[in-house]
Design a protein around this ligand. Structure first.
Ligand code: G4P
Length: 530
């Protein structure tokens, strides 16, 4: 028994994965509403406002070395302490989006009921699947015309390769949306459009056996369709199995409408019942129990400030065990240094909150004077542990970097190498050519602009980026292969990364397949273990 068991065991830390516009922000906002974290009129929606608040806040606080994180929202509900990690989408999609998933213990996948599984969800899902964390599905926007429910589930199973278990079932959609059928309690919860701002609408709960009342409420047609679907469903869907959920092999599915706040609390309550306490993390010498009294954490994201006025970097850490106490010293294991971390803070919309304490499961952000690297461990001074590194994720956009002023070669190499070490971009060299020709790879195209901007502003180096047609990169697992002799396709390129590991760049997935077929025993991976 650790001293902080109670605090740690009530924590649930998840990331929301979804394609832009599926309703991630709206759902988050409704969750916060239940936690009383924002007032009824308030909203986390104003993304622009939130960003503004972050920079204002940093301006004021940077002197004091206090950090801020807009990347995590914390709220309390029914005795639980819930951390929601933001996975930036749209333009901001980058390796950080993937790295954030390394800090979560489970994921909530939001799917737009009229769109099904979309590109970004697919990508983020892959990372969750690699970690084997539980994934909960919320099918959103049932107040609009939706795809057939069986088709939606089928799509999740086929496209993502995870079994589905609907916990409830929608009755109609769009104008004909009547509510959801709760399978465990064999009752329907009628739809009510509570509109923005209010917590609960007037919902009724009617037993499926109360035929007359049910028909009076939803109509004969909807009733007939529902009973038919339930019969089909009971015969066809996977049985609920909590250990399968915990292993990430089965996703419980819920239906609702975040905008009208229907089905959100049912989802939250079930999520809390099914999700795990903070998970044990692996170190090179085995797993560390989160309830261990000694503090430990790992750095999963470093954010360099785009604004030249304050060039601070913020290191985001996930606490893996024990309690963080701002007054106590900690050891940065990789740097072999004992230090005091500044007090962590959280920010929500335009409100900031000083955390007096933080426990395993929580995320803290500290100003980083340039000592931390992604994947580093920080722990109690008497300990000497090192958490397993964070994988390098495959970039999807590539460009050749040309220096405009060739006299500034030294600054250029220094700048690009430092930015790559921070993890904002990845750099590659053509096999055997050394640093003469540099190829840069990014997960999100915005990172190209960041690179250009930072090289100009921080290193005084101008560059030109020439886009390359590659979309796929694969690391070579085999250690005994002579890469020069590999038989690939004509449009394939052989490169090495910063660590000297050989990789292959491909234009399409067909070329990957051909290369595997042409080279007996070749093993290619999408994530490189660090
Ligand atoms: P995101 O964070 O995943 O990108 O999505 P976000 O919540 O911002 O929602 C995207 C759009 O979808 C928003 O509309 C939002 O109001 C709407 N939406 C979210 N959930 C539901 C739902 O359950 N039903 C319906 N009908 N719409 C939903 P918008 O027009 O882009 O923004 P706004 O003008 O409404 O703020």
């Amino acid at each position: 028994m650790g001293s902080f068991d109670k605090e740690i065991n009530r924590r649930r830390t998840f990331a929301i994965i979804s394609h832009p516009d599926a309703g991630k922000t709206t759902l988050t906002e409704k969750f916060l509403l239940y936690g009383g974290a924002i007032n009824l009129a308030g909203s986390v929606k104003g993304k622009a406002t939130a960003r503004h608040a972050v920079s204002d806040w940093m301006e004021i606080e940077k002197e004091r070395g206090i950090s801020v994180t807009s990347s995590v929202l914390q709220f309390n509900y029914d005795g639980y302490c819930i951390n929601i990690l933001d996975t930036p989408g749209h333009q901001d999609f980058s390796e950080d989006t993937y790295r954030t998933l390394m800090a979560a213990d489970s994921a909530i996948m939001v799917i737009d009921a009229s769109k099904g599984v979309e590109a970004q969800t697919r990508k983020l899902f892959k990372v969750c699947a690699m970690r084997g964390i539980p994934i909960f599905t919320f099918v959103n926007k049932l107040d609009r015309d939706a795809n057939d429910t069986f088709d939606l589930l089928d799509e999740v199973e086929k496209e993502l390769g995870i079994a589905t278990c609907p916990i409830n079932w929608p009755i109609g959609s769009g104008k004909g949306f009547k509510g959801v059928y709760d399978r465990e309690n064999r009752a329907i919860v009628t739809y009510s459009d509570t509109q923005k701002g209010t917590k609960e609408g007037e919902t009724k709960v009617i037993s499926i056996d109360d035929t007359d009342a049910l028909i009076a409420e939803i109509g004969q047609d909807a009733y007939d369709k529902l009973t038919e679907e339930i019969e089909l469903l009971d015969g066809a869907s996977a049985e609920f199995n909590l250990s399968e959920v915990h292993a990430g092999k089965l996703t419980p599915v819920f239906f609702g409408s975040a905008l009208t706040n229907f089905g959100v609390e049912i989802f939250l309550q079930n999520y809390l019942k099914m999700a795990t306490v903070p998970l044990a993390r692996n170190t090179k010498d085995g797993a560390i129990d989160p309830t261990d009294d000694d503090f430990s954490a790992f750095v999963f994201k470093i954010q360099a400030n785009m604004n030249k006025a304050h060039r601070d970097r913020i290191a985001f850490m996930r606490i893996c065990s024990g309690k963080f106490d701002a007054d106590k010293e900690v050891k940065h294991v990789q740097g072999n240094k004992t230090m005091r971390l500044s007090q962590p803070q959280q920010i929500m919309a335009d409100e900031r909150k000083i955390l007096s304490e933080a426990y395993a499961g929580d995320i803290i952000g500290v100003f980083d004077p340039g000592i931390f690297s992604i994947g580093d461990t920080v722990c109690a001074p008497k300990k000497n542990i090192m958490y397993e590194g964070i994988p390098t994720f495959a970039p999807e956009h590539f460009a050749r970097v040309r220096q405009i002023d060739t006299m500034k070669r030294k600054q250029f190499i220094k700048g690009i190498s430092q930015i790559a070490q921070e993890g904002a971009i990845q750099i590659f060299q053509e096999l055997n050519t050394g640093m003469e020709e540099i190829i840069v790879g990014v997960v999100g195209v915005l990172q190209f602009d960041v690179l250009k901007y930072r090289l100009e502003n921080e290193y005084n180096v101008e560059i030109r980026l020439e886009p390359l047609p590659y979309e796929f990169i694969r690391w070579i697992e085999n250690t005994d292969i002579d890469v020069k002799k590999l038989q690939g396709t004509s449009d394939m390129k052989k490169v090495t990364d910063l660590k000297g590991r050989p990789l292959l760049l491909f234009v399409n997935s067909w070329s990957i397949q051909m290369t595997i077929e042409r080279n007996n025993g070749l093993v290619l991976t999408e994530f490189a273990k660090n």
